[in-house]
Design a protein. Structure first.
Length: 202
């Protein structure tokens, strides 16, 4: 199950997509960090057949290395442009987590239930932020308050790996969030016959 197929499911059944991504530039939202000691690293806009689904932003600490993302505290915000429910978010998230490594069925079921309990249903205009705490778990914030938590370090590592692991189903998304300002410009890549890294692939 690729991230793009999750987007299809999201739009057809009310589930969330996890990501296919286009980079976007200046945004009217404040870039103030939701996690002290971090900076805005990258951002993107999810589209599917022209429909805007949500905007995503990633905050990381100084010295952040994408290949060792799990060693760093970080925050990932999804600003929703459509309504989605918690149960399909949790179900599809577990499918993406299983791309990274084997998860025993019983463990996957427990994690899916824990995630579903931690997540709210979201509506257009909501901003859901996951704060990753290495070795501890993930806390979810929405509209300035804590809405849920999964206190499991392994779960949290794999959950944020949906976007940040080298084994993500959308490497272009990972590049856009973690290093959108590095490497050749889109014009330079085009001159060498390369696609801009923020284009959806797969």
């Amino acid at each position: 199950m690729t991230i793009k197929r999750i987007a299809v499911s999201a739009l057809l059944t009310g589930a969330t997509a996890v990501f296919s991504i286009y980079s976007y530039g200046n945004t009217p939202e404040s870039a103030e960090s939701p996690l002290p000691g971090t900076r805005l690293a990258g951002q993107g806009l999810l589209r599917y057949f022209g429909f805007e689904v949500y905007r995503a932003r990633l905050w990381v600490p100084p010295g952040f290395e994408a290949d060792d993302y799990a060693a760093h505290p970080l925050a990932l915000e999804l600003a929703y442009l459509r309504d989605f429910s918690a149960e399909p978010i949790a179900r599809r998230s577990l499918q993406e987590m299983q791309r990274q490594e084997f998860i025993a069925p019983a463990q996957a079921e427990r994690w899916q239930q824990a995630l579903q309990a931690a997540l709210p249903d979201v509506k257009k205009g909501d901003r859901l932020t996951g704060v990753y705490r290495p070795g501890a778990g993930v806390v979810f914030w929405m509209q300035g308050r804590v809405v849920g938590e999964v206190a499991d370090a392994q779960f949290a590592r794999l959950f944020f790996g949906i976007w940040l692991s080298p084994r993500t189903s959308e490497p272009a998304l990972r590049q856009a969030l973690t290093a959108p300002r590095t490497g050749p410009t889109p014009r330079a890549r085009a001159a060498h016959g390369q696609r801009p890294t923020a284009w959806p692939t797969g």
